[in-house]
Design a protein around this ligand. Structure first.
Ligand code: GTP
Length: 360
């Protein structure tokens, strides 16, 4: 499980918490992946850590609480994706020909993991990649395949129209034959996407792509993060790790332990109200994630926004597509729109200007 990235696209949420540990639908995102891995028959997880490594072990420990065996390997310097995989090789118990599954830890996916593994084995591949199709592949690594599914090229984040040769992209979940991992260079940064995969193709290795069109979302950006969380709450993708809501009067929201939501609040579109958070009268919260201990003032309106732990949103303030860092305070009567990010512990005073808005 690759968990060492800095999660720069999700700042300031990732200033205090590594991306895989950010709460999505009530639990650290990683818990959704781990329960799915377990359901697919995986029994042992090795975490490749770099950024804020201690957070993972503190939360998951030896894994027994989750019915899994867990180990942690910390990089002294971040080794990038391929280097991170190589760095855990001596903790793998698999024989040279055995399959090892590798996960990017920011992907929410309904991929049938057992089927991916079975395909890898029956086709005799050296490496098998889960591929998905997206409408706009420019932000991803393209992976064209031949008629039989064998990968013909890797094109990272193509920008020129002529480079967009397929809509199949690397979905961030792989099966490697153990001995392929042992062949990755040690002690330096290696990108699995830019170096290892193209190198394997050039060396004539059997690299298979399995296109599967189940639910798939890369939670790396704020927009995708709120969408993924809402999809879990609304059941567009199911995860056994989603906790029960404590507030049945909002069927389209997840309200966690100790949260207080006033009677007149409008709450829905897959929102999550974190542990001990408070939402005051007449506020409206749609498609948003409110962190533990945060508060939303009277009459505030939040859409598709993320409010960090302990952050405070003032009365009548409007947030749309905004990220508020942990401990920040946005004063009353402000209007913050698409793409605004408020740093952790920042203080925005009350606004003296009146904005009109429609809380419906
Ligand atoms: P951004 O900075 O927002 O791009 O996020 P990120 O740092 O997570 O990078 P990216 O999404 O490209 O990373 C893909 C996967 O590889 C994620 O699961 C990361 O945690 C992981 N990853 C990236 N770099 C490293 C690294 O140097 N070491 C380890 N162990 N994992 C890494």
């Amino acid at each position: 499980m690759l968990v060492g990235g800095k999660g720069t696209r999700l700042r300031p949420l990732t200033v205090n918490t590594p991306k895989p540990m950010l709460e999505v639908a009530g639990v650290p995102f990683l818990s959704h992946m781990l329960t799915r891995a377990k359901a697919a028959g995986i029994t042992r997880i090795v975490f490749a850590t770099a950024y804020k490594p201690e957070v993972f072990e503190e939360y998951y420990g030896d894994g027994s609480r989750f019915g899994l065996e867990m180990e942690y390997v910390q990089e002294v310097e971040p080794l990038d994706t391929g280097g991170a995989i190589r760095n855990v090789a001596d903790r793998l118990q698999s024989a040279p020909g055995d399959p090892v599954m590798i996960f990017n830890s920011d992907i929410l996916s309904g991929m049938d993991l057992a089927a991916l593994l079975a395909e890898h084995e029956t086709r005799g591949a050296d490496v098998t990649l889960h591929l998905t199709k997206v409408a706009d592949p420019r932000a991803f690594g393209l992976v064209p395949t031949d008629r039989d599914g064998w990968v013909t090229a890797f094109r990272e984040k193509p920008q020129r129209p002529e480079d967009i040769v397929t809509d199949q992209i690397n979905a961030g979940c792989y099966v490697f034959r153990r001995e392929i991992i042992d062949g990755i260079p040690t002690g330096r940064r290696v990108s699995v996407e830019r170096e290892t995969f193209p190198g394997l193709l050039a060396a004539g290795s059997k690299v298979l792509g399995v296109v599967e069109q189940s639910y798939w979302l890369d939670l790396g950006t704020p927009g995708a993060f709120v969408r993924g969380s809402a999809d879990l709450v609304l059941g567009a993708i199911t995860s056994p790790a989603v906790p029960e809501s404590t507030c049945p009067r909002y069927p389209e929201a997840l309200v966690l332990d100790g949260a207080e939501v006033a009677e007149s609040v409008k709450l829905g579109a897959g929102s999550t109200v974190g542990q001990g958070a408070r939402v005051a009268a007449d506020a409206a919260v749609y498609g948003s994630v409110l962190g533990a201990g945060s508060s939303v003032g009277e009459g505030a309106v939040l859409r598709d926004s993320i409010v960090g732990r302990g952050a405070r949103i003032g009365a009548g303030t409007v947030l749309e597509g905004v990220v508020v860092g942990d401990g920040a305070s946005v004063g009353a009567g402000n209007e913050l729109l698409q793409g605004v990010r408020v740093s952790c512990d920042a203080v925005i005073p009350d606004s003296s200007v009146r904005f009109s808005h429609d809380p419906s």
